[in-house]
Ligand binder design. Structure first.
Ligand code: ATP
Ligand code: MG
Length: 568
């Protein structure tokens, strides 16, 4: 047990344990299976499973599947996979609100018998129209004072399928003048002749979320029902049901602020639109903030957990900079990803004084900072190589430590080379560089101690493997995608048209046969993850996150000062 609670929820839990209110704690993560999980859900998962783990309790995974019309098995499967991938285990406690339909119905009859619920024949519109406002009380339904017998009879006939959809509902009889609108005789059951993904056609009446959630918590012995702030004014209703029903246990609802991220939308409805309208290639598109998208992009479960812990929980809504997520991903990959070489935008280099047909193999550690950690591979060196187009400038400014006519650079793990010439096409584009190498510098150091600052990566043209590399940028080009300028526009107006760039790259030979999900750092370029679209002949890599580019930084500084030329 921690000595210092780190947030208000842990404070509550520790107080409840200290006072003996609970011997151990039980939490739950309650997704509705109507979409894929996103990074906001990860915050809730990390909190619920995290506190259970920390205080030696347990956490349930419970599907809140009370709405048969929008829910599908596909979502149940993706959600269980995602929670497991994040590293959490619900043990035997995989539950479904639909498992409790029988008990919930009995409790509905209980309320009817107690005179605390009635069947209302008004339409949904009439109910909405008579609910009143924040300043005016609602109008009681003409059916509010039906006898217990009549209510019981009607409820049973609703259940038996005698009435069409929408013709009647069961409502709690609480207070049509309650200041909290949720207490103005809320609907408990509605008629829906619709098959459910688990109970099939057994039911044609379904409980509302509010009537199912707290009671499910009670059935499962949940001690702390942690949910987001939009449920705060549902809490009186949550407590009302628990008070008026013979529940076996009294859970407590505690609300915290939901996660908002810059440049990101986290509403399932909006994510669904992105998928259905084809703005992205599915729920697991690497630009999506879904767990499956983040996974496909190459983020690690550890980094997502770290991110959620860093964000913490609070009662007040706020927006977190997406750079914090990128930082967490980079930070973990920095410690775990093998370093290899891949050239994203290849430019041919011919080493004029290197013998044709000769191959040398350089031993290159996968983790140069601590070579024994990950072992090494052999990198072949030949007369013709590929280097990065952005590592050459014909007319460079002073601080450009890369290739330029007459300048010498180090080829990572290999030799020092000097650029001696440039080949251009008819339009004046540079299509090839001519270089010479210094045979005395094998391994990359000059015996005379001359200083060569720049080191660039490269791939042997004879050995390199062509690869598709997908470079991602933010999906939206505004920090708040919901802010729009034009009349009638919505968040889609803020889609970043350059969120995906595909390049034809060449990667080092050791990457033949990589498997989807493997993660690498391409030195000097970024972190990359093998995409499931890969074939044995042609790997596909997703750029998870770029490295911070030192030249881009210098360039920005120069532009800021306006002193030196800084074009590239
Ligand atoms: P949406 O509003 O996007 O449809 P939801 O809240 O309806 O999402 P649920 O499946 O009901 O999605 O959510 C399951 C749990 O995850 C709930 O406890 C909910 O409070 C929590 N949750 C959802 N979004 C966030 C978020 N952005 N930050 C933190 N928790 C969240
Ligand atoms: Mg919800």
């Amino acid at each position: 047990m921690s000595s210092q609670p780190t947030d208000f929820i842990r404070e509550i839990i520790e107080a409840d344990l200290a006072s003996g209110k609970h011997e151990s704690i039980v939490t739950r993560f309650p997704p509705e299976p109507n979409g894929y999980l996103h990074i906001g859900h990860a915050k809730s998962i990390v909190l619920n499973f995290g506190v259970a783990e920390q205080y030696g309790g347990r956490c349930h995974l419970r599907f809140d599947d009370t709405n048969p019309t929008k829910e599908e098995m596909e979502y149940v499967e993706s959600i269980t996979e995602d929670v497991r991938w994040l590293g959490f285990d619900w043990g035997e406690h995989l539950h479904f609100a639909s498992d409790y339909f029988g008990q919930l119905y009995e409790w509905a009859e209980h309320l009817v018998r107690e005179g605390l619920a009635y069947v209302d024949d008004q339409s949904a519109e009439e109910i909405r129209a008579t609910r009143g406002t924040l300043t005016e009380p609602g109008t009681p339904s003409p059916w509010r004072d039906r006898s217990v017998e009549e209510n019981l009879d009607l409820l049973r006939r609703m259940k038996a399928g005698e009435f069409p959809d929408g013709s009647r509902v069961l409502r709690a009889k609480i207070d049509m003048a309650a200041p909290n609108l949720n207490l103005r005789d809320p609907v408990l059951y509605r008629i829906l002749h619709e098959a459910h993904h688990r109970t099939g056609s057994e039911w044609c009446i379904y409980p509302m979320y509010d009537f199912a959630h707290g009671q499910s918590d009670a059935i499962e012995g949940i001690t702390h029902s942690l949910c987001t702030l939009e449920f705060e004014n549902h809490r009186p209703l949550y407590d009302w049901f628990l008070e008026h029903l013979p529940v076996p246990h009294r859970p407590r609802q505690v609300e915290f602020a939901r996660l908002n991220l810059t440049y990101t939308v986290l509403s399932k409805r909006k994510l669904l639109r992105l998928v259905e309208e084809g703005h992205v290639n599915g729920w697991d598109d690497p630009r999506m903030p879904t767990i499956s998208g983040l996974r496909r992009r190459g983020s690690t479960p550890e980094s997502i957990r770290t991110f959620c812990e860093r964000v913490g929980v609070a009662r007040r809504d706020s927006t977190v900079d997406v750079a914090l997520l990128e930082w967490a991903v980079r930070d973990h990959l920095n410690l775990t990803a093998r370093r290899v070489m891949g050239v994203l935008r290849p430019l041919k280099v011919v080493i004029e004084n290197y013998p044709e047909g000769q191959v040398e193999h350089f031993d290159a550690p996968y983790f140069p900072d601590d070579p024994p950690k990950m072992g090494s591979r052999k990198v072949p060196f030949t007369r013709e190589l590929w280097v990065e187009r952005t590592d050459f400038m014909e007319d460079p400014p002073k601080k450009f430590w890369r290739l330029a006519p007459g300048r010498e650079v180090r080829l990572r793990w290999a030799y020092l080379v000097t650029c001696t010439g440039v080949v251009k096409d008819d339009e004046g584009n540079v299509v090839e560089l001519r270089c010479t190498y210094d045979p005395e510098t094998r391994g990359g150091n000059a015996p005379d101690g001359r200083k060569v600052r720049g080191t660039i990566h490269w791939v042997s043209a004879a050995h390199g493997i062509p690869a598709e590399v997908r470079l991602y940028d933010r999906l939206f080009d505004r920090p708040d995608p919901d802010r729009v300028d034009g009349e009638g526009e919505d968040f889609l107006a803020n889609l970043n048209p350059h969120s995906l760039e595909v390049v034809e790259a060449v990667v080092e030979a050791s990457l033949a046969g990589v498997a989807p999900g493997e993660r690498f750092q391409f030195e000097r370029t970024g972190y990359f993850c093998v995409d499931p679209d890969s074939t044995p002949e042609r790997p596909v890599f997703n750029r998870t996150v770029p490295l911070r580019d030192s030249w881009a930084k210098i360039e920005r500084q120069m532009q800021g000062r306006g002193k030196e030329r800084g074009t590239r």
